[in-house]
Design a protein around this ligand. Structure first.
Ligand code: G3P
Length: 217
């Protein structure tokens, strides 16, 4: 499963990229607002750090406006994936951009039928939001299972990008289901390394090493 960082904070992106943990980045208008940075500038910076897809979301709600904005955004770098909302206009823009060789990420997906439409429109990625599903009392992972089944039934090439990931269990479940990608805040990705027995083991090894009185090098 590919790991994308769901953030527009450059230091966090560098940190994960240096550890070889980053296959791409996703941003959205809320994350851009949180970063306090200029949208086009920060996307260009991210694209220079990360080789994989970097999702940059258009904010127009009509087809012509989306295409105008996509034209600007996709010129930033070859690894930009234009992020579009799951509406009819968004799907029209998805088809046009995909046909033109641009990567697309159809976002705000909350049903398997919506995911089916995005695949038919040729989306490179579909972003089902699991955390927001959980927030309203549904199991977001049921949605991922349904989309996996449907995409496999028809050999759709669209990649399932699990979004709105809030904790390590989401990551584990997404991997078990066979999602293609998951995007999570850097803090969640870093949490994956944590295990109390690892910390305890390090502590014990250090204590025993100290008893030897040796140093390396
Ligand atoms: O990028 C979209 C998605 O990951 C947002 O997550 O936590 O705001 O629901 P969240």
């Amino acid at each position: 499963m590919k790991f994308f960082a769901d953030t527009a904070i450059i230091d966090d992106i560098r940190d994960l990229a240096d550890a070889g943990l980053l296959d791409g980045v996703t941003t959205n208008p809320s994350l851009i607002a949180k970063s306090g940075r200029n949208f086009l500038e920060v996307v260009a910076e991210i694209c220079a750090i990360v080789e994989g897809p970097v999702s940059a979301e258009v904010v127009a709600l009509d087809y012509a406006g989306m295409m105008r904005e996509a034209e600007i955004v996709r010129k930033i770098a070859d690894n930009v994936a234009v992020k579009l909302p799951l509406t009819i206009d968004g799907l029209k823009a998805c088809k046009a951009l995909t046909d033109d060789g641009t990567m697309t990420n159809v976002t705000l997906c909350f049903s398997a039928n919506q995911a089916l439409l995005a695949a038919k429109a040729g989306a490179t990625f579909i972003s089902p939001f699991v955390g927001r599903h959980d927030d309203i009392g549904f199991d977001g992972m049921d949605l991922i299972e349904d989309i996996r089944l449907i995409y496999d039934n028809y050999d759709f090439a669209t990649e399932i990008l699990v979004a709105s990931v809030r904790h390590p269990v989401h990551v584990l479940q997404a991997a078990k289901i066979g999602a293609d990608v998951m995007t999570a805040p850097p803090a969640v990705i870093k949490q994956l390394v944590k295990h109390p027995l690892t910390d305890k083991g390090i502590e014990a090894f250090m204590a025993d090493w100290a008893k030897t009185g040796q140093t390396i090098g």
